[in-house]
Design a protein around this ligand. Structure first.
Ligand code: SAM
Length: 484
């Protein structure tokens, strides 16, 4: 014997052994010698006890034999064959369920948000709403008084009916306390269906057991249930390999939906990523990306609040700090940042241990001044030499180990389907051809690599913090060693 049974035997030794009758979250029922033990959270056990106290006048008030934290021992009601039989032996009354299905279900439901739960089961939201908003006016049989505050969730009767109970609220007028107990045929009865649905959803929420709930929800609402686990394949250019799940990986339907919304169809490196999901799940609409401004600013520069300065063009092209540091980690020695802007990459380079000095070039004097100011916020201004001018000219004049270029892509509205070398806002080919050291090009993810300047380039797709394909990094190894 182990678990709650052992625990109950230790607490209520003279009633042992205890045998679990049927797992029925959120509480569990055990049968002991001449007693029924209910096990729940201490708070729930307290609620039951309070409820029974309020139900003073009820002839069916359970007799509490003993109570402890998280368990209570009751005198069996009726003949102790099965606590469920005792429960069902209680007299029934009648109640009318009125209103919309939403209202009826809401009265059954405490821990489950029905629209959300139905939505999560893969039932289309529109159908869920239509179903929930429909009118219900049904006479249902109810159990008049309860087991007092306990919450069986649902019991299947031997004679095919379903009983769904909710009795966890103590009322001053006693335990006439079934808020909605529906007792009906297993067939079409509307309220019975609602009760079954509520029970199934509760089970889904509490036990994570969604299969029944999905089937029932689909049959009622008219959707088709989605599997909870699926397999995914992510196909597309080599550069997208290994960044998300491996081929055939098993994932939650929710993750598959995310991949369909954020990865599938994205144009990358002159190709397109395709996410295949089996069995298929509905992707739904891509949720709008609403990143609060302050959050975005701190993603760009973690020390934004200390007075970072940017202009519009500088802001559009700014490399988010985490990506900038990841890019900077690939170079060392003296590095020319040919397109400094307001300093996103320049500052990351200056903060990188292997980088001894940064020559930061921009043809905009205003942005260079902002970069100087921003570098001072990070305390790295001494490691940066700012040069106002054209990148290609500076590259020809200066010796360096690496060149980083982040050319303008065409502003906020850059082409997310295909960008070619000629679309970039500077002469990249002329600049890199003049340089023999390592070159890193920061390019839009939609850049077509067949248009890269001559040379042996390797490509890498970088993801942002949210795992969304953000940019392509093209790297060219040094043509021959040059001393700085
Ligand atoms: C995308 S922004 C650079 C953003 C920067 N890497 C960052 O992370 O903050 C491009 C910058 O290149 C500069 N630029 C464009 N053509 C240039 C050229 N031929 N030489 C130097 N700078 C140039 C623009 O003035 C602009 O500031």
């Amino acid at each position: 014997m182990s678990g709650p049974e052992a625990d109950l035997s230790a607490r209520f030794g003279d009633r042992a052994p205890f045998v679990e009758v049927e797992p029925a979250l959120p509480f569990r029922v055990y049968e002991g010698r001449g007693a029924v033990a209910l096990v729940g959270t201490p708070a729930r056990v307290r609620a039951w006890l309070d409820g029974w106290r309020v139900a003073e006048g009820s002839p069916f008030r359970p007799v509490v034999l003993e109570e402890t934290e998280g368990a209570v021992l009751l005198e069996p009601i009726g003949e102790l064959v099965d606590p469920r039989a005792a429960l069902l032996a209680l007299p029934r009354g009648e109640a009318r369920a009125r209103g919309t299905r939403r209202a009826v279900l809401a009265s059954l439901d405490a821990e489950v948000s029905l629209p959300r739960a139905l939505g999560r089961l893969g039932v289309p939201r529109r159908k869920v709403d239509r179903y929930l908003d429909a009118e219900v006016d049904e006479l249902v049989e109810t159990l008049a008084v309860g087991f007092g505050g306990c919450e069986p969730g649902g019991w299947r009767r031997a004679d095919k009916g379903i009983v769904a109970l909710r009795m966890d609220r103590a009322r001053p007028d006693g335990w006439l306390a079934l808020e909605l107990a529906a007792l009906g045929d297993d067939g079409d009865d509307e309220v019975s269906s609602l009760a079954r649905l509520a029970v199934a959803l509760r089970r889904a929420a509490l036990l994570g057991d969604t299969e029944d709930a999905a089937r029932l929800a689909a049959s009622l609402v008219g959707g088709s249930p989605e599997p909870s686990r699926v397999r995914v394949w992510i196909e597309g250019p080599d550069v997208a390999r290994g960044l998300w799940e491996a081929d055939g990986a098993e994932v939650d339907a929710r993750r598959a939906r995310w991949l369909l919304q954020h990865v599938d169809g994205v144009a990358v490196a002159g190709d397109r990523i395709r996410v295949r999901v089996e069995p298929p799940v509905r992707a739904g609409r891509r949720p709008p990306r609403r990143e609060p401004r302050a959050e975005r600013q701190r993603r760009l520069f973690s020390r934004w609040d200390e007075g970072v300065e940017v202009d519009d063009e500088g802001l559009v092209g700014l490399t988010p700090e985490r990506l900038a540091l990841a890019i900077a980690a690939r170079v060392s020695g003296v590095v020319i940042d040919g397109t400094c802007g307001v300093g996103g990459l320049t500052i990351a380079l200056a903060r990188t241990a292997g980088v001894s000095r940064v020559v930061a070039v921009d043809r905009s004097a205003e942005r260079l001044a902002m970069a100087r100011h921003n570098a001072a916020i990070y305390g790295v201004e001494d490691r940066i030499e700012l040069v106002h001018g054209d990148a290609a000219a500076v590259v020809r004049e200066r010796a360096a180990d690496a060149l980083v270029l982040d050319p303008p892509w065409g502003g906020r509205e850059y082409d997310r389907e295909r960008v070619a070398l000629g679309d970039l806002g500077m002469d990249v080919a002329a600049t890199v051809e003049a340089f023999e050291g390592r070159v890193l090009l920061k390019l839009p993810r939609s850049f077509d690599p067949t248009t890269l300047p001559a040379g042996a380039w390797t490509l890498e797709l970088l993801l942002d913090d949210r795992e969304i394909a953000k940019l392509l990094l093209a790297e060219r190894a040094p043509i021959r060693d040059r001393a700085p």
